[in-house]
Design a protein around this ligand. Structure first.
Ligand code: SF4
Length: 236
Protein backbone atom coordinates (compact mmCIF):
# COMPACT_ATOMS: atom_id res chain seq x y z
CA UNK A 1 0.00 0.00 0.00
CA UNK A 2 1.16 3.59 -0.53
CA UNK A 3 3.10 5.14 2.33
CA UNK A 4 1.22 7.95 4.09
CA UNK A 5 3.75 10.66 4.95
CA UNK A 6 1.50 12.98 6.91
CA UNK A 7 -1.84 12.79 8.71
CA UNK A 8 -4.07 15.50 10.18
CA UNK A 9 -6.92 13.91 12.03
CA UNK A 10 -9.44 16.75 11.82
CA UNK A 11 -9.57 19.98 9.85
CA UNK A 12 -12.44 22.44 9.43
CA UNK A 13 -10.56 24.43 6.80
CA UNK A 14 -9.50 22.06 4.05
CA UNK A 15 -12.88 21.07 2.53
CA UNK A 16 -15.32 23.95 2.90
CA UNK A 17 -18.38 22.98 4.94
CA UNK A 18 -16.89 19.63 5.95
CA UNK A 19 -14.97 18.29 8.90
CA UNK A 20 -12.29 16.10 7.36
CA UNK A 21 -9.09 14.17 7.90
CA UNK A 22 -6.11 14.90 5.63
CA UNK A 23 -3.66 12.28 4.33
CA UNK A 24 -0.42 13.37 2.65
CA UNK A 25 1.23 11.22 -0.03
CA UNK A 26 4.75 11.85 -1.28
CA UNK A 27 6.33 12.59 -4.65
CA UNK A 28 5.52 15.07 -7.40
CA UNK A 29 6.59 15.60 -11.00
CA UNK A 30 6.58 19.38 -10.59
CA UNK A 31 9.14 21.52 -8.77
CA UNK A 32 7.13 24.68 -8.11
CA UNK A 33 9.58 27.14 -6.56
CA UNK A 34 6.82 28.44 -4.27
CA UNK A 35 5.83 24.94 -3.03
CA UNK A 36 5.58 24.76 0.76
CA UNK A 37 5.61 20.94 0.92
CA UNK A 38 9.18 20.61 -0.27
CA UNK A 39 10.02 17.64 1.96
CA UNK A 40 7.16 15.59 0.49
CA UNK A 41 8.44 16.41 -2.98
CA UNK A 42 12.23 16.31 -2.60
CA UNK A 43 13.05 13.99 0.29
CA UNK A 44 10.07 11.86 1.24
CA UNK A 45 12.34 9.07 2.51
CA UNK A 46 13.38 11.36 5.36
CA UNK A 47 9.76 11.48 6.57
CA UNK A 48 8.33 8.68 8.73
CA UNK A 49 5.51 6.49 7.38
CA UNK A 50 2.14 6.59 9.12
CA UNK A 51 0.39 3.25 9.39
CA UNK A 52 -2.66 3.24 7.12
CA UNK A 53 -4.34 0.58 9.28
CA UNK A 54 -4.02 2.82 12.32
CA UNK A 55 -5.32 5.82 10.36
CA UNK A 56 -8.29 3.83 9.07
CA UNK A 57 -9.06 2.68 12.61
CA UNK A 58 -9.02 6.31 13.83
CA UNK A 59 -11.17 7.48 10.93
CA UNK A 60 -13.56 4.58 11.51
CA UNK A 61 -14.02 5.55 15.17
CA UNK A 62 -14.88 9.14 14.25
CA UNK A 63 -16.95 8.22 11.26
CA UNK A 64 -20.28 9.46 12.59
CA UNK A 65 -19.06 13.04 12.76
CA UNK A 66 -16.34 13.07 10.12
CA UNK A 67 -17.64 14.29 6.75
CA UNK A 68 -14.71 13.43 4.55
CA UNK A 69 -11.08 12.53 3.88
CA UNK A 70 -8.75 14.67 1.78
CA UNK A 71 -5.91 12.95 -0.06
CA UNK A 72 -3.20 15.43 -0.92
CA UNK A 73 0.55 15.62 -1.47
CA UNK A 74 2.91 16.07 -3.09
CA UNK A 75 0.93 14.94 -6.10
CA UNK A 76 -1.17 11.85 -5.35
CA UNK A 77 -1.85 10.92 -9.01
CA UNK A 78 1.78 10.04 -9.77
CA UNK A 79 1.27 6.87 -7.69
CA UNK A 80 0.07 3.97 -9.85
CA UNK A 81 -1.49 2.36 -6.79
CA UNK A 82 -3.67 5.34 -5.96
CA UNK A 83 -6.91 3.58 -7.04
CA UNK A 84 -6.19 0.70 -4.66
CA UNK A 85 -5.38 3.18 -1.89
CA UNK A 86 -8.63 5.11 -2.42
CA UNK A 87 -10.53 1.83 -2.45
CA UNK A 88 -9.23 1.17 1.06
CA UNK A 89 -10.43 4.64 2.18
CA UNK A 90 -13.80 3.97 0.55
CA UNK A 91 -14.25 1.09 3.00
CA UNK A 92 -14.69 3.67 5.80
CA UNK A 93 -17.86 4.92 4.02
CA UNK A 94 -16.47 8.46 4.24
CA UNK A 95 -16.49 10.91 1.32
CA UNK A 96 -13.12 11.38 -0.40
CA UNK A 97 -11.65 14.55 -1.88
CA UNK A 98 -8.50 14.48 -4.00
CA UNK A 99 -6.11 17.39 -4.46
CA UNK A 100 -4.20 17.35 -7.75
CA UNK A 101 -2.04 19.46 -10.04
CA UNK A 102 -3.86 17.98 -13.05
CA UNK A 103 -0.77 16.41 -14.62
CA UNK A 104 -2.31 12.93 -14.94
CA UNK A 105 -5.65 13.09 -16.77
CA UNK A 106 -5.66 9.32 -17.38
CA UNK A 107 -5.61 8.69 -13.64
CA UNK A 108 -8.39 11.24 -13.07
CA UNK A 109 -10.52 9.48 -15.67
CA UNK A 110 -10.02 6.14 -13.94
CA UNK A 111 -10.79 7.49 -10.47
CA UNK A 112 -13.99 9.18 -11.64
CA UNK A 113 -15.10 6.17 -13.67
CA UNK A 114 -14.58 3.85 -10.70
CA UNK A 115 -16.38 6.32 -8.37
CA UNK A 116 -13.34 6.46 -6.06
CA UNK A 117 -13.54 10.23 -5.46
CA UNK A 118 -16.43 12.48 -4.49
CA UNK A 119 -14.58 15.73 -5.10
CA UNK A 120 -11.45 16.93 -6.89
CA UNK A 121 -9.72 20.23 -6.17
CA UNK A 122 -7.34 20.98 -9.03
CA UNK A 123 -4.58 23.57 -8.95
CA UNK A 124 -4.37 25.58 -12.16
CA UNK A 125 -0.98 27.13 -11.71
CA UNK A 126 -0.68 29.66 -14.52
CA UNK A 127 -2.15 30.77 -17.84
CA UNK A 128 -2.48 27.71 -20.09
CA UNK A 129 0.63 28.15 -22.21
CA UNK A 130 3.86 26.18 -21.97
CA UNK A 131 6.11 29.10 -21.03
CA UNK A 132 4.08 30.48 -18.12
CA UNK A 133 3.09 27.06 -16.83
CA UNK A 134 6.62 25.70 -16.89
CA UNK A 135 7.94 28.76 -15.05
CA UNK A 136 5.46 28.41 -12.19
CA UNK A 137 5.77 24.59 -12.06
CA UNK A 138 9.58 24.67 -12.16
CA UNK A 139 9.77 21.99 -14.89
CA UNK A 140 8.74 21.84 -18.56
CA UNK A 141 5.00 21.14 -18.58
CA UNK A 142 2.90 19.67 -21.39
CA UNK A 143 -0.11 21.97 -20.96
CA UNK A 144 -2.23 19.66 -23.13
CA UNK A 145 -2.36 17.31 -20.12
CA UNK A 146 -3.49 20.13 -17.85
CA UNK A 147 -6.17 21.20 -20.34
CA UNK A 148 -7.34 17.60 -20.66
CA UNK A 149 -7.70 17.32 -16.86
CA UNK A 150 -9.70 20.55 -16.77
CA UNK A 151 -11.99 19.18 -19.48
CA UNK A 152 -12.47 15.84 -17.71
CA UNK A 153 -13.33 17.56 -14.44
CA UNK A 154 -15.60 20.14 -16.05
CA UNK A 155 -17.60 17.34 -17.67
CA UNK A 156 -17.77 15.13 -14.58
CA UNK A 157 -20.67 14.84 -12.15
CA UNK A 158 -18.52 15.12 -9.02
CA UNK A 159 -17.73 18.21 -6.94
CA UNK A 160 -14.91 20.13 -8.66
CA UNK A 161 -13.10 23.25 -7.53
CA UNK A 162 -10.30 24.91 -9.48
CA UNK A 163 -7.81 26.95 -7.52
CA UNK A 164 -4.80 29.11 -8.24
CA UNK A 165 -2.06 30.38 -5.98
CA UNK A 166 -1.36 34.06 -6.58
CA UNK A 167 2.42 34.61 -6.48
CA UNK A 168 4.04 38.07 -6.61
CA UNK A 169 5.81 38.59 -9.94
CA UNK A 170 4.47 35.34 -11.44
CA UNK A 171 0.73 35.06 -10.99
CA UNK A 172 -0.86 38.45 -10.47
CA UNK A 173 -4.06 40.09 -11.74
CA UNK A 174 -3.36 39.76 -15.52
CA UNK A 175 -2.51 36.07 -15.20
CA UNK A 176 -5.52 35.43 -12.95
CA UNK A 177 -7.74 37.10 -15.57
CA UNK A 178 -6.37 34.76 -18.27
CA UNK A 179 -6.83 31.68 -16.11
CA UNK A 180 -10.37 32.60 -15.13
CA UNK A 181 -11.31 33.37 -18.73
CA UNK A 182 -10.05 29.95 -19.74
CA UNK A 183 -11.92 28.14 -16.97
CA UNK A 184 -15.22 29.99 -17.44
CA UNK A 185 -17.82 30.25 -14.68
CA UNK A 186 -19.22 26.71 -14.63
CA UNK A 187 -17.22 25.56 -11.60
CA UNK A 188 -15.99 27.29 -8.45
CA UNK A 189 -12.63 29.04 -8.65
CA UNK A 190 -10.77 29.96 -5.49
CA UNK A 191 -7.49 31.69 -4.76
CA UNK A 192 -4.68 30.86 -2.43
CA UNK A 193 -1.86 33.24 -1.70
CA UNK A 194 1.89 32.73 -1.78
CA UNK A 195 3.49 32.42 1.66
CA UNK A 196 7.22 32.97 1.99
CA UNK A 197 7.72 30.35 4.72
CA UNK A 198 9.45 27.05 3.80
CA UNK A 199 9.51 27.48 0.02
CA UNK A 200 10.99 24.78 -2.24
CA UNK A 201 13.26 27.37 -3.87
CA UNK A 202 14.96 29.11 -0.92
CA UNK A 203 15.25 32.36 -2.92
CA UNK A 204 11.43 32.63 -2.83
CA UNK A 205 11.63 33.13 0.93
CA UNK A 206 12.87 36.66 0.11
CA UNK A 207 9.74 37.60 -1.85
CA UNK A 208 7.30 39.76 0.11
CA UNK A 209 3.77 38.36 0.41
CA UNK A 210 0.81 40.28 -1.04
CA UNK A 211 -0.60 42.85 1.39
CA UNK A 212 -3.99 41.78 2.82
CA UNK A 213 -5.91 44.55 1.02
CA UNK A 214 -4.59 43.45 -2.39
CA UNK A 215 -5.39 39.82 -1.63
CA UNK A 216 -8.95 40.82 -0.65
CA UNK A 217 -9.33 42.78 -3.90
CA UNK A 218 -8.16 39.77 -5.92
CA UNK A 219 -10.61 37.51 -4.10
CA UNK A 220 -13.43 39.96 -4.82
CA UNK A 221 -12.52 40.22 -8.51
CA UNK A 222 -11.72 36.63 -9.40
CA UNK A 223 -13.18 34.09 -7.01
CA UNK A 224 -16.31 32.08 -7.70
CA UNK A 225 -16.97 30.54 -4.30
CA UNK A 226 -18.49 27.05 -4.02
CA UNK A 227 -22.28 27.52 -4.22
CA UNK A 228 -22.01 30.63 -6.42
CA UNK A 229 -22.03 28.58 -9.64
CA UNK A 230 -25.70 27.64 -9.07
CA UNK A 231 -26.56 31.32 -8.66
CA UNK A 232 -24.66 32.17 -11.88
CA UNK A 233 -26.46 29.37 -13.72
CA UNK A 234 -29.88 30.62 -12.52
CA UNK A 235 -29.18 34.24 -13.44
CA UNK A 236 -27.50 33.33 -16.77
S1 SF4 B 1 3.15 22.92 -5.17
FE1 SF4 B 1 4.06 22.10 -7.05
S2 SF4 B 1 5.86 20.93 -6.39
FE2 SF4 B 1 4.59 21.28 -4.59
S3 SF4 B 1 3.31 19.47 -4.44
FE3 SF4 B 1 2.11 20.99 -5.58
S4 SF4 B 1 2.57 20.60 -7.71
FE4 SF4 B 1 4.13 19.52 -6.52
Amino acid sequence: MLPVKGFIQTSFLDWPGKLCSILFLSGCGFRCPACHNADLVLKPDDLPDHSLDRILAKIGKRNQWLDGITVTGGEPTINKRLPEFLQALRATQTAVKLDTNGSNPAMLTELIRKRLVDAVYMDVKAPLNRKDYSTVAGVPVDVRLIKRSIEILRNSDIEVVFRTTAIPGLVEEPQLREIKNYLGVGRPFILQFFRNKRTLDPSFAEIPEFPAARADAMRAEFEIRPGATEILARTG
